[in-house]
Ligand binder design. Structure first.
Ligand code: ATP
Ligand code: MG
Length: 383
């Protein structure tokens, strides 16, 4: 991709909130539309999509089937589960022209129970494991740190349905391992912590957290106090939703029993901000290649040097799918400054002087060096 064909939407003087949010807005990741509501610019959306794919693939590996639930849920469903009364001021209510009330889903237990219920399932159809990746809305009291705690945010939520608590619990334990693998794929060092089951009244629950400047809760970990940011949360729910909503099967003893459910959440839009926060140093963002919008940021510092142009184009064409070439008519200083915000793990600068001796500058994960042009392929493969 050439930056002349890519809407970078960079900004200079941003003072929207936290350092992290300002960094993301400056670099053209997100834009603020309203409090806790953000637009995703092409660069940010590319990163969001990569994370979405990693999470989606991981859920499929764990045995979930992807489906999609609407953002709007009829309030009647929520009245059945009891959440209509319980959920409180975080709920966003929406009315259609006939004055029917809907809830913009903060999670999707009710419509997912309804999905399984309408399928009239038998014991032999179990287990059923479903997930969807959909925008959610919670009217948070204090939206903070941009998309870390937004009001509209992208969440992956999985739901499991089993006949017995033991089966559900075994699946839950598998998901716990699957979550660890999923976060490892993004180079995230998560801490798994047992959590309160709280008002949901579930059986067990774990949170997946990282140590982050944006964490709102202090916890003790290995003898030190850290600020914990939650990235994922899993719950063994029991029959908390299935019982009031009438999702049951007839078991072998001819008894009607409610299904045992689990629910499994991951914040995808929160992950974008968390990954930027975990992978920046002195104003330079260098993301893991799995999530970086472009693995290579390429800059030619010799606009009037034929060999530079030739070398740059050669590199660009070789790594076309993973490269952003800054071809804007601006100063080299501006290009270098921009490259710090794009998040590519590799930055290549072609300087006329060094190219005379066959060398180019490469910065990999914040370490700069000059290498022979012929060595580039090895370095890119080793990333
Ligand atoms: P928190 O304690 O941070 O409010 P939660 O317990 O309300 O989180 P869940 O209901 O378990 O979160 O939602 C699953 C995941 O969705 C969370 O682990 C988090 O990554 C993400 N998430 C929750 N609320 C928000 C939000 N307001 N903005 C962005 N992501 C969110
Ligand atoms: Mg919350």
């Amino acid at each position: 991709m050439k930056s002349s064909n890519f809407f970078l939407a960079l900004r200079r003087d941003v003072n929207e909130g936290s350092m992290l949010t300002n960094l993301m807005i400056k670099g053209g990741t997100i834009q603020k539309l309203a409090s806790g509501i953000y637009s995703w610019l092409p660069l940010g959306y590319a990163m969001l999509s990569k994370i979405e794919k990693i999470v989606s693939d991981s859920f499929e590996e764990m045995g979930f089937n992807r489906m999609c639930i609407p953002t709007l849920h009829p309030s009647a469903l929520w009245k059945k589960s009891g959440r209509y009364e319980a959920y409180g001021q975080e709920t966003l209510r929406v009315y259609d022209r006939k004055n029917n009330e809907f809830i913009y889903g903060p999670s999707a237990e009710e419509p997912c129970v309804e999905m399984v219920k309408q399928a009239n399932i038998k014991s032999s159809d179990l287990p059923i494991n479903l997930f969807n990746i959909q925008w959610k809305f919670r009217d948070e009291l204090r939206p903070r740190f941009g998309v870390i705690r937004g009001r509209e945010f992208l969440m992956c939520d999985g739901y499991s349905f089993h006949e017995t608590i033991d089966q559900s619990s075994d699946f839950y334990d598998q998901v716990l391992l699957g979550y660890k693998k999923m976060f490892q794929k993004m180079n995230l060092d998560v801490i798994v912590q047992e959590a309160q089951t709280g008002e949901i009244g579930g059986v067990k629950s774990h949170e997946f957290i990282i140590n982050s400047e944006t964490g709102e809760e202090e916890i003790e970990h290995n003898g030190t106090r850290i600020k914990a940011l939650e990235l994922g949360h899993i719950f063994l729910l029991g029959d908390h939703y299935s019982k009031p909503m009438g999702l049951s099967i007839t078991n072998r003893d001819n008894k009607n029993i409610p299904l045992i459910m689990g629910c499994y959440g991951v914040g995808i839009s929160r992950l974008v901000a968390a990954l930027i926060e975990q992978n920046h140093q002195d104003g330079v963002i260098s993301l893991p290649k799995q999530v970086a919008p472009f693995q290579i940021m390429l800059i030619n510092a010799g606009d009037s040097c034929d060999l530079c142009i030739k070398t740059t184009n050669k590199i660009y064409n070789k790594y076309l799918d993973i490269t952003l070439l800054d071809d804007r008519q601006i100063s080299i200083g501006e290009k270098l400054a921009t490259s710090d915000l794009i998040g590519s793990p590799i930055r290549i600068v072609v300087w006329p002087k060094e190219l005379n001796s066959g060398q180019i500058e490469i910065r990999v994960n914040n370490k700069k060096q000059f290498i022979d042009v012929d060595n580039l392929d090895n370095i890119i493969k080793a990333l």
